[in-house]
Design a protein around this ligand. Sequence first.
Ligand code: THU
Length: 166
Amino acid sequence: MKNKELRIKYQLSDDISELRAEDQELMRRAREALKGAYAPYSGFQVGAAVRLANGEIFIGSNQENASLPAGLCAERVALYAANAAYPDVPVEALAISVHNPKEPHLQPATPCGPCRQVLEEAEQRFGQEFPIILGGDGSQLLILPNASTLLPLAFHADFLKKDSPS
Ligand code: THU
């Protein structure tokens, strides 16, 4: 038996000016996208902004439903819209922001499990990693270098192929 170990690296910042100008803009767009959240059940508003390699930005916000599983997270709304409009253009960066009017001063929140799976596939399908920048109400930012940091040992397309162990 072999012992294996996985380590992850990520960054914390308290100063948005430490980000590249285009990533500062992406976080601004994610914060703005919060306004489109439909979250009457949880009260937890999420905004997301995706920048593609062609410079186009797509936004999304969480969309809840009385039939709870029918709702969709903000990052998937944004990613699917981007991929539907430009199926051949890789994702360059993703910013996500959270806010709850009844719980001021929220810290950045990391994406849920199904979103991690979708982010992972967005990297795999284009063979290109992208940073994920997370923000809350304050100045704190959490920056992940790529999706696989969020989902080590992920399930991916190669497992669907016969005779091709990953
Ligand atoms: N939510 C997101 O939009 N993204 C995530 O990664 C985590 C959760 C939404 C789903 C639901 O509308 C609310 O936050 C509370 O779970």
